[in-house]
Design a protein. Structure first.
Length: 146
């Protein structure tokens, strides 16, 4: 992302109260962020699926969901990416360069996977992702307090 895109997204996050603002050092408002992800993400960024393609696994086909949810025989969702190692059904990422960023940062990848599970709409994956996000945000909130 360009620096202007990042700057604009920070301003939007502040307006939406997803960031606390300069007085609190622009820390994330974890409660508001969790509420948005669980209840609003699928409406703002609906899942867009496509054809069979090569890419990077996401949603229930990647960790942290893959080990907690039994896999089906249907093709896995993947972010289209020609250097990807998986073959599956195209699942449009939140941002076009998400596969590249995810492969560089395993923790970020897991958060994007959880977000895609929330966008996907299947109740089993959504519930698992909700619990996992809640756990991670609770831990992050504890770290911010200390």
């Amino acid at each position: 992302m360009s620096s202007s895109e990042v700057h604009a997204s920070v301003k939007r996050a502040q307006l939406a109260h997803l960031l606390h603002g300069p007085k609190l050092h622009n820390r994330p408002n974890l409660a508001a962020l969790e509420e948005f992800l669980i209840h609003g993400l699928k409406y703002v960024f609906p899942a867009e699926r496509g054809e069979l393609t090569r890419g990077v696994a996401t949603s229930y086909a990647a960790e942290p969901l893959r080990s907690g949810i039994s896999q089906t025989k249907e093709p896995s969702p993947v972010w289209p990416y020609e250097a990807g190692k998986q073959r599956g059904l195209a699942f449009a990422p939140l941002y076009k360069t998400a596969p590249i960023a995810a492969l560089r940062d395993p923790s970020f990848y897991e958060y994007l996977v959880l977000a895609d599970a929330l966008r996907d709409g299947r109740i089993r994956e959504r519930r698992y992702a909700e619990r996992e996000l809640h756990r991670r945000f609770r831990e992050a909130n504890e770290r911010l307090k200390s």
